[in-house]
Design a protein around this ligand. Structure first.
Ligand code: CA
Length: 235
């Protein structure tokens, strides 16, 4: 899950970015309206968290401009302007939710999760063989045995489970799970896959994580790509 955070106040940006990253999301930061628009045009975000008071333009103008596009990500407005007029205008312009500063991080996280779930009618649990991933509680077990995963490990596993039977390249995994700044650092994927294998596969008779030569990795109960692997990967 990739989120664009548009916030010029460094303290808040750091706080939100750190919190969301430790919850397993990948965050890009834009510090003004124009760079936010550039990023939204250049990449596919699952969610935009948008501050209203930006140095170069009003956040509502950023919102209006993203809403002109055919496909636009859900937008959560984050603002010190809690007046009814601002809320109504934001929601009228197509924002999906509105959170007034100051806010508690748990409140932000709950709204982020709700918006991301709304965007995709995905099951609450992903099951492949005896491997079960609970998307809501963010828990993983295999053969009923709980497995502890770090946030990034969880994100990679979730992405792979959602794309069962499809070979995923290292670049796809990096782009999905990390920030843009990780471009070119695809070796990190191998490191995480090694960790995942030791936790998910090592103790069990059936291997689920497979290396696909020349491409990357795939998760399934068998090591051949499934018939629907030609479809584009799902979020
Ligand atoms: Ca601001």
């Amino acid at each position: 899950m990739r989120i664009l955070l548009v916030e010029d106040e460094k303290r808040i940006a750091d706080f939100v970015q750190r919190g969301l990253e430790s919850a397993g999301y990948s965050i890009d930061l834009a510090e003004d309206g124009q760079s936010a628009l550039d990023r939204i045009h250049a990449a596919d975000y699952d969610l935009v968290i948008l501050d209203l008071m930006l140095p170069d333009m009003d956040g509502l103008d950023v919102l209006a401009k993203t809403r002109n596009r055919k496909v636009s990500p859900p937008v959560l407005i984050l603002s010190a302007r809690g007046g009814v007029d601002d809320r109504v205008r934001g929601l009228e312009l197509g924002a999906d939710d509105y959170l007034v500063k100051p806010f508690a991080f748990v409140e932000l996280l709950a709204r982020v999760r709700a918006l991301l779930r709304r965007g995709q009618p995905t099951p609450e649990r992903l099951v492949i063989g005896d491997l079960v991933l609970d998307c809501i509680r963010r828990k993983v077990s295999r053969a009923s045995e709980p497995i502890d995963l770090a946030p990034k490990e969880f994100s990679i596993l979730e992405y792979m489970m959602r794309n069962r039977g499809r070979p995923l390249s290292r670049t796809m995994i990096v782009e999905h799970v990390w920030d843009m700044e990780y471009d070119g650092l695809t070796n990190i994927v191998d490191v995480y896959i090694r960790h995942l294998r030791s936790k998910i596969d090592e103790k069990f008779p059936t291997r689920l994580i497979h290396t696909v030569r020349g491409i990357g990795y795939m998760l399934d109960t068998h090591d051949k790509p499934s018939a629907n692997s030609g479809k584009p990967p799902q979020e």
